[in-house]
Design a protein. Structure first.
Length: 86
């Protein structure tokens, strides 16, 4: 994994709230190696949003705003819902 993806992985594991650390960190660990550069940028942009909003979006409690509704968000939501079922 290149240096920029390693930084993203670290950042995803240290979001601020424990729940987002788990969801985003787990997602990053599994998916960063196969995401395109554009998808990595979209993921990085998501991590700039405040934690409570992100949590509500990935759990489906609130709709995802159009500017953040990307294939990466859909992958993240699928990952999160699968984790919640375990």
């Amino acid at each position: 994994m290149d240096a920029s993806r390693k930084r993203l992985l670290f950042r995803a594991r240290h979001m601020g709230t424990n729940e987002n650390d788990i969801f985003f960190g787990g997602f990053a660990e599994e998916n960063l190696p196969t995401l395109s550069n554009e998808q990595c940028l979209a993921f990085e942009k998501l991590m700039e949003v405040n934690d409570p909003d992100l949590f509500m979006w990935v759990t489906g409690a609130k709709p995802v705003p159009a500017e953040h509704d990307s294939d990466v968000m859909r992958l993240l939501r699928s990952f999160t819902l699968a984790q919640a079922r375990r």
